[in-house]
Design a protein around this ligand. Sequence first.
Ligand code: TPP
Length: 666
Amino acid sequence: MKLEKVRFLLIFRDETFQENKKRKPASVTSLPATPLLDTVKLPADLRKVDDRDLPKLAREVRDEMIDAVSKTGGHLGAGLGVVELTIAIHKVFNTPDDRLIFDVGHQCYPHKILTGRRDRIRTLRQEDGLSGFTRRAESEYDPFGAAHSSTSISAGLGMAVGAELAGKKRNVISIIGDGSMSAGMAFEALNNAGALDARLIVILNDNDMSIAPPTGAMSAYLARLASGRAYMGVREMGKKLTGYLGKSIDRAITRAVEHARGYVTGGTMFEELGFYHIGPIDGHSFDHLLPVLRNVRDNAHGPVLIHVVTQKGKGYPPAEAAADKYHGVNKFDVITGAQTKAKPNAPSYTSVFGDALVQEAGFDDRIVGITAAMPDGTGLGKMLQAYPSRTFDVGIAEQHAVTFAAGLATEGFKPFCAIYSTFLQRGYDQVVHDVAIQGLPVRFPIDRAGFVGADGPTHAGSFDTTFLATLPGMVVMAAADEAELKHMVRTAVAYDDGPISFRYPRGEGVGVELPERGEILQIGKGRIVKEGSKVAILSFGTRLKDCLLAAEDLEAAGLSTTVADARFAKPLDHELIRQLARHHEVLITIEEGAVGGFGSHVLQFLATEGLLDHGLKVRSLVLPDIWMEQASPDVMYAKAGLDRAGIVKTVFGALGKTVIGVGAAS
Ligand SMILES: Cc1ncc(C[n+]2csc(CCOP(=O)(O)OP(=O)(O)O)c2C)c(N)n1
């Protein structure tokens, strides 16, 4: 690090802290016996709490959070790991005027408890309840909404620059995890922040975990910094800095502060990027956190990065012991840690995909698997176990994952780049520019397509059909059930002429029998599942189940109904669509995706072919044009009109009839 780059000196003496250390814990004499947390509704109350009572407050926040999540399910480990950090930040900084941004936002439950939302904390992720992430509409203490990772430094930098442009002096603090730091977007923001002299505080919350153990060189680098090996080499630099700035080391500083100062590093990657880099410090110790944060608050001018080491799941033994399994949990028993699991009726789509890929990989050694930090979520964990040398966890790096897959495809491999629908959004330019334009045979298994329930609109897989089916040469499939998914895995293995995708939802399959091995489907060919003559329902994906139920109701009402499974949104099965259009009075398309997807392509075809010219009544059922809030998927389907009743209602509407209960019409 160049000395001219030093923008400020951390004065490692904190008078309040020094004084307080000499006294007894305040709670012994001055605080009521009621839980301290009851007195803290907002950060302003927290600022009145004596430093020495903060560990007690931390215990209470932890207990409150564990109890709440045991009832709602949700993200557990990440929040438990930042209890002290969250308290310390609200204690030292003047939130909400000072801006606090949580990356991903899945660790914000302690923050919600401390910012006026404790009374609703047991509604987390429920219909009409608190969001599981930060959300601007929910609280002035959430200055930026999140859920997708690695956005916090960019957003924070924008706020810091905005404050400067507006002539306001305020602190902006972005908390980002070591996993999220692996994404390109975080590096882009660091690069920009280092060049601007904005007053931005980045807190790197290093718990040495992503959802799964972190991968990559960055993670290894942080581990080296945290282990102190890199620190030894730069300690001298710390001394030099102190000398350069003309301050002698104050012998009266506390041991903890000494520790923090001792770890001031020079020449780290962050310093080279223009950040003043402090740490690693112990993120569970108020003795470390408070003086460092106060000094940064009072003395920082340019961008600062504080490297804080925490433990995921801290304070709850089951979560400490298995940070991956307690990253996100179902409801659980607080005493035993045992999570409630509904007995599944069928295997999940994720596991069917994982098993099918492993099976196919046994026949074809050109198959490789790629995940962006979600080995278990995508089912690629199975591939990782069976074929570790052909499976790559690239970290939270969807853009890279896609282009990496493209590179593998140029070498004759068959990459399965497994990314959730919502996260594939981040790699879209790579899908267009690196894969589709070059016609490279990258396979995109797309999990979490459609509604995801409790995670709400940030995680819903709404747009993949729309953004993929618009690309020339892209094959776009959706599985109607788990057997179809198996066929689509096999089809994707066999298809080498260009990119191909197949989508499937979160959760368990419909319970159909699985074939021994998937079949190779004919590209661009759908199938008739049930034949009728008046109404045709053309389904793309797993809504097929409800279409068949709706058909029963329609038949009961005297409306002979055909149900077809399109399988492909691209290429469309023109012959099938022509046949349905010519021989039925009503044609309904249905998909669990936004407007612009399958139904739009069908309408485009019908219009172009003149099939709408003779009175065919067409209705296209898609996700409504709103950000659908969290609820159970069934409630969401009903709200969207994509369930059995919604389909029946749409058919009756098209025919000018009114529904009077299921199965009857007037
Ligand atoms: C773009 C994107 N990809 C994947 C995810 C899924 N995801 C949620 S949290 C997480 C791990 C984050 O790790 P880290 O930043 O270290 O935070 P920790 O959970 O360890 O506190 C991942 C991969 C996401 N939210 N956003």
